[in-house]
Write a protein that binds this ligand. Structure first.
Ligand code: NAP
Length: 252
């Protein structure tokens, strides 16, 4: 008998599934039995694909720049050339641009909105259509603490993640009754490439650490378990939720 977290026979698309948190999400979903399609700008190292295949599931990597919104229909065609159906979509890819608000450029604003919000919505729309036809599916968007807070020197990022939180709820409101769960995970401060500038800034890094009750930055592997939970039938009655995984930050 399969257990409640079992994903055997299901297929997951993980954007940005090649590095950072996304890599751990890809590996954890594969551990639960899901086939994995990784979408990213740089593809995925053969070693990662082999590690996934060694778990007895299939692994594909597709190169696509998600800032190219018009290209999303091509991306989706290409996904369905590799797999018959998508049961789980993890919208994890994201970018950051840091600058004082008075100097923040339109170019950076548009880039961040396109990758972090617009691509997430339109990929969810395109794959969600098929999930609605199937009568089942799990969409998990990676939000942020900046879905709730404004942050410092990251106005476009905060705006984009605020949007992710709200359209996670909008999609959920429309699709929950058709068997498609749309939820989000809001990670706290996780030690990945994206946060190198913060980690290297001693003062900011200390300010951040002082507020985390768990007493440490998050590890990129800390997020994958919650994503796997939201991908599984254990979360069938969770809809439009944004789960913080932050070492207690939001409780302070
Ligand atoms: N780190 C944190 O503290 C933190 C906190 C809250 C939320 N998040 C969110 O968590 C998600 C993962 O972040 P991370 O920290 O793991 O970041 P990361 O280590 O910088 O990885 C970002 C991932 O996104 C992919 N990506 C970036 N731009 C892309 C584009 N235009 N097209 C396709 N793929 C693209 C990258 O792959 P390629 O470089 O190969 O394209 C990479 O796999 C993001 O949505 C981020 O906003 C992070």
């Amino acid at each position: 008998m399969s257990h409640i977290f079992d994903l055997s026979g299901q297929t997951a698309v993980v954007t940005g599934g090649n590095k950072g948190m996304g890599k751990h999400i890809s590996l954890t979903l594969a551990d639960q039995g899901a086939n994995v399609v990784i979408v990213s700008r740089s593809g995925a190292p053969e070693e990662l694909l082999e590690t996934i295949r060694d778990k007895g599931v299939s692994a594909h990597a597709l190169k696509h720049d998600l800032s190219d919104i018009d290209g999303i229909s091509r991306l989706v065609e290409s996904i369905y050339q590799h797999v018959d159906r998508v049961d789980i979509l993890v919208n994890n890819a994201g970018v950051q641009r840091r600058s004082d608000a008075v100097e923040f450029s339109q170019e950076d604003w548009d880039f961040v909105q396109n990758v972090n919000a617009k691509a997430v919505f339109f990929l969810a729309q395109a794959i969600g259509k098929n999930m609605l036809e199937n009568g089942s599916g799990k969409i998990i968007n990676i939000a942020s603490l900046l879905s709730f807070q404004g942050g410092i020197r990251v106005p476009a990022y905060a705006a984009s993640k605020g949007a992710v939180a709200m359209f996670t709820k909008s999609l959920s409101n429309e699709w929950a009754s058709s068997g498609v769960n749309v939820n989000a995970v809001a990670p706290g401060y996780i030690a990945t490439e994206m946060n190198e500038a913060l980690i290297n800034d001693e003062d900011r890094s200390k300010q951040i650490l002082d507020r985390i009750p768990a007493g440490r930055w998050g590890d990129p592997s800390d997020i994958a378990g919650t994503v796997a939970f939201l991908a599984s039938k254990a979360s069938d009655y969770i809809n439009g939720e944004i789960i913080t995984v932050d070492g207690g930050w939001m409780g302070r």
